[in-house]
Write a protein that binds this ligand. Structure first.
Ligand SMILES: C[S@@+](CC[C@H](N)C(=O)[O-])C[C@H]1O[C@@H](n2cnc3c(N)ncnc32)[C@H](O)[C@@H]1O
Length: 386
């Protein structure tokens, strides 16, 4: 595992002041060579690290890189939307960094920053700039960093990876320096929807049997993830996660991303085409472990259902779309008074954005009253329609 720093669940290092004690950790790597596991012709993370349901082989790495392009394009070409602290030597952590592409681009944009990518799979490029470090580590275990170490913690699409989000958010905040930011982005993956010809969100049937296979897939994935105890449907919950964790100025951006080439807008059509190709490419990887292990389906039944889902994915008669939530919040400075709320107390004004006509991006900031938010959303919609 040259080029990687491994922190196994069992051999976790003590918190360090310098970023990582490379020499000590390299001994760990030598002592515990990384062994990938294999199932149904796909490569997965080492069984020592356990729980992740997606493969980590070359097709998946390509898909992650493609998805990164989709995510950054949807966010206006930005790698992050949180306003980062203005200082040299920013310390940045990307949790579940996947192919490492976000870290590499951050290192380019912030040459004075130190970027750490943490993942259970050592699939990131060995050739990297000096201001990037990869660590092989399970985010659910203790982290080998000092408290209040990072200025920015980033998470992207770590759905289905975490049992206890309250505990995870507490850990993230404890490793965040005062004034630092968390940015977390997730799809509303299990609640994708259709739009009518005027861009209005169409009501979807509640009954599983009445849903077309593509939308049934989302509900079944949600059910499978719940059975595994690692929630997949995260996007709409991120706002509450951050408020509950005591972060301040929490902002929830909702970006609507099309799937398919149905949009008349060239940029949206390009994004939708890439989204469709990415979903087609990832569909077996997403589904196989979830359906066969959590739902108890046979492999042939799973494959036959995946074929039906792919048919819907290619069908532009269905104007499919999905929300991406990009949520960021700031850790209070020492001495700053903070407002902490329990998840059930945090009400996102969901109905206001669910019925929104044709909007591609809506923002909510913490502390807004639902009525004010709804009024703002309608105003935004009217502006966009002009
Ligand atoms: C869907 S991928 C997203 C990758 C990247 N963040 C992106 O947006 O392209 C999820 C990543 O989380 C990693 N992961 C899953 N469980 C993890 C855990 N317990 N600790 C660290 N990484 C984990 C997976 O190995 C995978 O690379």
């Amino acid at each position: 595992m040259d080029g990687y720093t491994a922190c196994s669940a069992t051999g976790a290092t003590s918190p360090v002041d310098s970023l990582i004690d490379i020499d000590e950790l390299k001994q760990d790597v030598a002592a515990q060579p990384y062994t990938f596991s294999y199932q149904n012709g796909r490569r997965y993370a080492s069984s020592d690290f356990g729980h992740y349901y997606m493969p980590n082989d070359a097709p998946e790495i390509h898909r992650l890189n493609e998805q990164h392009f989709i995510l950054t394009t949807a966010k206006g070409g930005n790698l992050h939307n949180a306003p980062l602290p203005q200082k040299d030597g920013l310390r940045v952590l990307d949790i579940g960094c996947g192919s490492g592409i976000w870290c590499l681009q951050m290192a380019e944009d912030y040459p004075d920053a130190m970027i750490v990518g943490m993942d259970v799979s050592p699939i990131q490029p060995k050739s990297k700039p000096a201001n990037v470090e990869w660590i092989v580590h399970d985010m659910e275990q203790e982290w080998p960093f000092a408290e209040e170490y990072f200025d920015f913690v980033h998470l992207s699409l770590v759905h289905g990876c975490v049992v206890d989000w309250e505990q995870m958010m507490r850990k993230i905040v404890s490793h965040l320096a005062p004034g630092g930011y968390v940015e977390h982005q997730e799809f509303s993956l299990c609640r994708q929807y259709m739009l009518d010809a005027d861009g209005r969100r169409m009501p979807m049937p509640d009954s599983l049997d009445e849903l077309p296979p593509f939308f049934r897939w989302g509900r079944l994935m949600e059910h499978a993830a719940e059975k595994r105890g690692r929630v997949l449907q995260l996007g709409p919950r991120l706002f509450a996660f951050q408020q509950t964790a005591g972060l301040q100025d929490v902002t929830d951006e909702v970006h609507q991303i099309p799937t398919g080439t149905w949009s008349a807008d060239p940029q949206q059509r390009m994004l939708g085409a890439r989204m469709m190709l990415s979903a087609l490419q990832g569909m077996e990887g997403f589904t196989t472990i979830m359906f066969t292990k959590a739902l108890g389906w046979s492999l042939p039944d799973t494959q036959a259902f995946v074929d039906e889902v792919k048919r819907d994915l290619r069908d532009d008669g269905m104007r499919k779309a999905m929300d991406l939530h990009v949520v960021y919040g700031r850790k209070a400075d020492h001495g700053e008074s903070i407002e902490v709320r329990r998840e059930e107390e945090v009400q996102r004004p969901e109905e206001a954005w669910k019925g929104l006509l044709g909007s591609r991006s809506v923002q909510f900031a913490g502390g807004m009253l639902a009525g004010a938010a709804a009024a703002g959303v309608v105003a935004l919609w009217l502006m966009r329609r002009r």
